[in-house]
Design a protein around this ligand. Structure first.
Ligand code: NAD
Length: 254
């Protein structure tokens, strides 16, 4: 890192960049010579990832922000512009999962899941889009969830929020296609990350072997599997792909 691939260096913002899929996406985009803004509620984690990218020769900035806090997000985007220039690539990986029987979902818990997963994605896209419109070029990849494609008996709040992310993605693809901006979503499934490990520790998800048995390819995915797809979707080569939902799930959803 960084291998330049002869590509143009752009400013890439990755939310949830301190862990799991977001962290791997930061690395993949840095390998493409982009300048990376690692944005996360976990400021220490964001700083750690940015430091690692810089140690490998990349340009990176760690930022603390809650995606539900619009003033904090606007301030973070202002800092990104001042440091690197306008945002050109956005990957929204910040997310919160929960497992509850439907009748136990309190209105407060419902609102929290919608706020972080759906409204947080709205805030980040709205903060980034003016830069992309001005540049007449932009790439947005939202990280949704296979639970939004299948429905989930114990994640109605999370799945509904992620379903909202998918249709937000398609709506933005239509709205901003005339501006040279593509907007696509990746709904992961069965990716080994700290989030998955926490869910397993709490008994909400079964052990790896059991999960692997439900996946046609017979094994779990890695954060790099999602990051590679996100890196492609944010590239110049993917310029004719917009409004699409690219499942990266070992065949779990066909
Ligand atoms: P993770 O918990 O490892 O990483 C998520 C990151 O988001 C963390 O660093 C966390 O601090 C950050 N975050 C959470 N709330 C935030 C907020 N309000 N503001 C800013 N940052 C916040 O999880 P992961 O598995 O890498 O998940 C990444 C995305 O992929 C999430 O949106 C998740 O819903 C989605 N997803 C993951 C899987 C999977 O199999 N791991 C499956 C489906 C969807």
């Amino acid at each position: 890192m960084p291998q330049t691939h002869g590509r143009r260096s752009r400013v890439a913002v990755v939310t949830g960049g301190a862990s799991g899929i977001g962290e791997a996406t930061c690395r993949h985009l840095a390998e493409r010579n982009h300048r990376i803004a690692v944005l996360d509620l976990d400021g220490d984690g964001a700083s750690r990832v940015a430091e690692e990218l810089r140690a490998h020769g990349g340009e990176a900035l760690g930022l603390t922000a809650d995606v539900t806090d619009r003033p904090a997000l606007d301030a973070a985007f202002a800092e990104i512009r001042a440091t690197f220039g306008p945002a050109e690539i956005l990957v929204t990986s910040a997310g919160l999962v929960a497992f509850d029987p439907f009748e136990n979902i309190t209105p407060e818990r419902w609102s929290r899941l919608i706020d972080v997963n759906l409204t947080g994605t709205f805030h980040c896209c709205q903060a980034a889009v003016p830069d992309m419109v001005a540049a007449r070029w932009g790439r947005i990849v939202t990280i949704s969830s296979s639970s939004a494609q299948r429905g989930s008996p114990t994640m109605a709040h999370y799945a509904a929020a992620k379903g909202g992310v998918i249709v937000l993605t398609k709506s933005l693809a239509r709205a901003y296609a005339p501006h040279g901006i593509t907007v696509n979503s990746i709904p992961p499934s069965g990716i080994e990350t700290p989030m998955q490990h926490r869910s397993q520790a709490e008994g909400d998800l079964p052990a790896n072997e059991v999960m692997a048995g439900t996946i046609p390819l017979g094994h779990l995915g890695t954060p790099d599997d999602i990051a590679a797809a996100a890196a492609f979707l944010t590239s110049d080569e993917a310029g004719f792909i917009t409004g699409q939902v690219l499942g990266v799930n070992g065949g779990a959803v066909l």
